[in-house]
Design a protein around this ligand. Structure first.
Ligand code: PLP
Length: 393
């Protein structure tokens, strides 16, 4: 019996793999600090949980909703996007999906033909490349500046007849980089000139720190340009990773096509989760702000500590998301550990700290650490890594 060629091209998610290994070690009684996974450590705020409980108890959550989501939720998403981005959109521009992952998956299915290229500025989030391949497309990793940004010049060099889409992620997983409006304008002009779709993954848009401001490339005009597709969701901002609600905001023709796809692929996302997301987006934002503030404090504590570890270097301080992506080339040289994969493995097995190999994001000699865990644990992780470096040099 043979599996399909399509599925044989797919690698399991590297972040889930490292996290699985760490969880296995923990199950075996080993005290592992897991900085591998991108998941807030907070409980979903209570008002959001209560909204889901009420939807279940009143029976509203028992039935299918339209495949593209509850009309009230689509309207709320349109309103939040219109306010935050200063663009006029309505619910015909919105589809609700089973997490932002499905928002991306459905979008690739809706716009890619076999062989179409998607430019992925490196480093890029692990699932993009695999999802593009599943849609028959070709992931095209491309180089960026030292500050981890693409520019029209770099895009021009990467442009071939195959390129149909550019994928931007700001604030970026794994670097925490945020693009400035002027930089986005230049990229938007380039995309418009070459008639390239731009998918902007804005899932970390509300997690910005120390006064940094997030602007989406989709927010530069009063209207949403037809070539721009916004991916967003509630998982990270509201600590709702388990609820699986994401969404796409795009031109209504694409949304119609995507809705047809969703109606066959997933049907509607869980109704109770949709009621919870409605409360998340329209209810009090105090808990979301409390969590954002906690991430900010963790970043401000962890960044200097990590930079002080011999061989670890972070040229620029992240401005958003909840990851650090240090260059560990010197750490490898100091310890004589040849590959970043081995470095990550030894950190896990000897120091009991789980981080992700930068190669999973298309960039060698880097590791990704998530600071979506409490301050004490983060400080403890730094001590363990420091000790590891001492014993190996
Ligand atoms: N996009 C990026 C950049 C992410 O880091 C993640 C989650 O790790 C997602 C999308 C997927 O989010 P969700 O959990 O809503 O599917």
């Amino acid at each position: 019996m043979q599996l399909s060629n399509r599925i044989s091209q797919i690698q399991p998610s590297a972040t889930l793999k490292v996290s699985g290994k760490a969880k296995q070690m923990i199950a075996n009684g080993i005290d592992v600090i897991n900085l591998g996974i991108g998941e807030p450590d907070f409980q979903t705020p209570d008002n959001i949980k209560q909204a889901a409980i009420a939807a279940i108890q009143t029976g509203k959550a028992s039935f299918y909703t339209p495949a593209a989501g509850l009309p009230r939720l689509r309207e709320a998403i349109a309103n939040v996007t219109a306010t935050d981005y200063g663009i006029s959109v309505d619910q015909t521009n919105v589809a609700v999906t089973t997490g932002a992952k499905m928002a991306l998956y459905g979008t690739f299915q809706a716009i890619l033909n076999p062989g179409d290229g998607v430019l992925l500025p490196e480093p890029y989030w692990v699932s993009y490349a695999e999802q593009i391949k599943l849609a028959g497309g070709v992931p095209m990793g491309m180089p960026v500046t030292d500050g981890f940004k693409v520019t029209p010049e770099l895009l021009e060099q990467a442009l071939t007849a195959q390129v149909k889409v550019l994928l931007l992620n700001s604030p970026e997983n794994p670097t925490g980089v945020i693009y400035e409006p002027a930089e986005l304008q230049a990229i938007a002009d380039w995309a418009e000139q070459h008639q390239i779709w731009v998918i902007t993954d804005d899932i970390y848009g509300k997690l910005t720190y120390n006064g940094a401001k997030f602007t989406s490339i989709a927010a530069l005009k009063d209207q949403l340009p037809t070539n721009m597709i916004v991916i967003n969701g509630v998982s990270k901002t509201y600590s709702m990773t388990g609820w699986r609600i994401g969404y796409v905001v795009a031109n209504s023709e694409l949304i119609k096509a995507l809705s047809a796809f969703l109606s066959h692929a997933t049907g509607n996302p869980a109704a109770a989760s949709q009621y919870a997301a409605l409360e998340a987006l329209t209810g009090l934002q105090d808990d979301a702000e409390m969590m954002r503030h906690a991430f900010e404090q963790r970043l401000n504590t962890l960044y200097p500590l990590l930079n002080a570890i011999p061989g670890f270097s972070l040229a620029t301080k992240p401005q958003g998301a909840f990851y650090l992506f240090p260059d560990v080339a010197d750490a490898q040289a100091l310890t004589g550990i040849a590959t970043t994969g081995e470095f990550v493995d030894q950190l896990l097995t000897e120091a009991h700290v789980a981080v992700v190999d930068g190669n999973a994001f298309g960039v060698d000699h880097h590791v990704r650490l998530s600071y979506a865990t409490d301050l004490e644990t983060l400080k403890n992780a730094v001590s363990r890594i420091t000790e590891f470096m001492k014993t190996h040099t």
